[in-house]
Design a protein around this ligand. Structure first.
Ligand code: CP
Ligand code: NVA
Length: 329
């Protein structure tokens, strides 16, 4: 059956069928090949998109801007300080106004309900650029990178996420694993285990797709992993939790020893970025001066040939381009 996503918002991978996710991934692979050949189709010529950011970003903002400009669309960027949204104007009103000007709206912020409400009122597609509990464009880029680097069908791939297994990136990976019939391993402390309702939703989808879910603090679960994934230990807005996170998550830092424990010499390393893997950032340096080593991965792993993190970052742009082209009406 032909897939048509025109007019749809992209708020969570859970809103899409396996075939629809497959369609977006295939389109992203094609768009990457076309860009590499110097081809631009300008299919978004004459379209206008707006990017709303209540949290900071490098990759997501730039990916949306470059993807839009490559295809001929115009872009407006608004951050929390430069718009009325939520302070002097309700979300519903903001969404209705932006929906009159723009053909698509990207939103990054805190509460998932905000992006859901924007989609409800805007009348144009809304794309989730990260909330506290989801990051669906990231998951698409991650699976695209897996397809480029792991020579197995997705339903044979074992993806292990190490660390804060209840954060936005862990959740979006659980959702895409559920949809694509993959094996997901959440390796982290019990205190940061995924919410039972999130796991239950994934397991319900898994009954149809054959996906499997293992959540454990036992390092033995990493055996046979095809990809080890990690993320920072305290997400944006959780910086005050750094001391407790360092204590809880230091045993889950991705080291060469952890990579070797998979027993898979071809196991790749993935990370959504930004990453603390050295002390070249003010935050890692300042925290270290306070006695907190916040590195979630060692330089040895991050800079090794197993690490595909920069392919993954590039793929944010191709996958976001696919989402925009597929959904803008
Ligand atoms: N991975 C990711 O979303 O990066 P940014 O925070 O830089 O957008
Ligand atoms: N979990 C991280 C992801 C950043 C892309 C955060 O929310 O800060």
């Amino acid at each position: 059956m032909a897939i048509n996503l025109k007019g749809r918002s992209f708020l969570s991978i859970m809103d899409f069928s396996t075939q629809e996710v497959r369609y977006l991934l295939d389109m992203a692979h094609d768009l990457k090949a076309r860009k590499r050949s110097g081809l631009h189709s300008e299919v978004l010529k004459g379209k206008n998109i707006v990017l709303l950011f209540e949290k900071t970003s490098t990759r997501t903002r730039c990916a949306f801007e470059v993807a839009a400009l490559d295809e001929g669309a115009h872009v407006t960027f608004l951050d929390a300080k430069s718009s009325q949204m939520g302070k002097k104007e309700s979300l519903a009103d903001t969404a209705k106004v932006l929906g009159r000007f723009y053909d698509g709206i990207e939103y990054r912020g805190y509460d998932q309900q905000v992006v859901e409400d924007l989609a409800k009122y805007a009348g144009v597609p809304v794309w989730n650029g990260l909330t506290d509990v989801d990051h669906p464009t990231q998951a698409l880029a991650d699976v695209m990178t897996i397809e480029e680097n792991i020579n197995k069908p997705l339903n044979q791939v074992r993806l292990a996420f190490c660390g804060d297994t209840r954060n936005n990136v862990a959740y979006c990976l659980m959702y895409i694993c559920a949809k694509m019939g993959m094996s997901y391993i959440g390796f982290g402390p019990q205190e940061l285990a995924p919410a039972p309702e999130v796991l239950a939703r994934c397991e319900a989808v898994a009954e149809e797709t054959g996906a499997t879910f293992t959540i454990s603090s036992n390092p033995a679960v990493l055996e046979g992993a095809d990809a080890i994934y990690t993320d920072i230990w305290a997400s944006m807005g959780e910086e005050d939790k750094i001391p407790e996170r360092v204590q809880l998550l230091t045993p889950y830092r991705v080291t060469e020893k952890l990579m070797e424990s998979t027993g898979n010499p071809d196991c790749i390393f993935l990370h959504c970025l930004p990453s603390f893997h050295d002390f070249e950032t003010t935050m890692a340096k300042e925290q270290m001066e306070r006695g907190y080593d916040i590195r979630e991965v060692t330089d040895e792993v991050f800079l090794s040939p197993r690490s595909k993190v920069f392919d993954e970052a590039e793929n944010r742009m191709h996958t976001i381009k696919a989402v925009m082209i597929a959904t803008i009406g």
